[in-house]
Design a protein around this ligand. Structure first.
Ligand SMILES: NC(=O)c1ccc[n+]([C@@H]2O[C@H](COP(=O)([O-])OP(=O)(O)OC[C@H]3O[C@@H](n4cnc5c(N)ncnc54)[C@H](O)[C@@H]3O)[C@@H](O)[C@H]2O)c1
Length: 95
């Protein structure tokens, strides 16, 4: 990708973009003029954390179909989706 102008690039996918860290990453990317897409299952994040116009795919990234749909049109990923509570992760660990 070196040498490609911002206009030649695809969008940046921010996983967990409706969460605390992810929504700040989204804002920083938009401020740089990037196009941004978000995938989030809204298990702890909120759609209201996102500015208008950001493409939000609501779904669980553990589902391969969701992951494939999320990366469409994107050429970079910032992975912020997480279940930050260690207690919850241990109590319900499907993967
Ligand atoms: N908040 C902090 O101060 C801080 C500091 C350092 C590191 N981190 C790390 O940053 C990451 C994000 O933390 P956060 O505070 O933003 O948490 P958060 O709960 O606010 O955000 C996580 C987002 O991921 C989404 N998500 C969870 N599981 C998902 C799934 N299976 N598919 C799709 N979306 C899913 C949630 O809905 C939420 O919007 C974590 O790994 C955390 O450990 C956070």
């Amino acid at each position: 990708m070196s040498g490609a102008g911002a206009g030649a690039r695809g969008a940046v996918l921010v996983t967990g973009g409706a969460g605390f860290i992810g929504s700040h990453v989204v804002a920083a990317l938009l401020a740089r003029g990037e196009r941004v897409a978000v995938v989030d299952d809204l298990s702890s994040g909120k759609a209201a954390n996102l500015p208008e116009g950001v493409r939000l795919l609501v779904g669980d990234l553990a589902d391969p179909a969701v992951a494939a749909a999320a990366v469409a049109g994107c050429d970079r990923v910032v992975h912020c989706a997480a279940r930050p509570s260690v207690t919850l992760s241990v109590a319900d660990a499907p993967l």
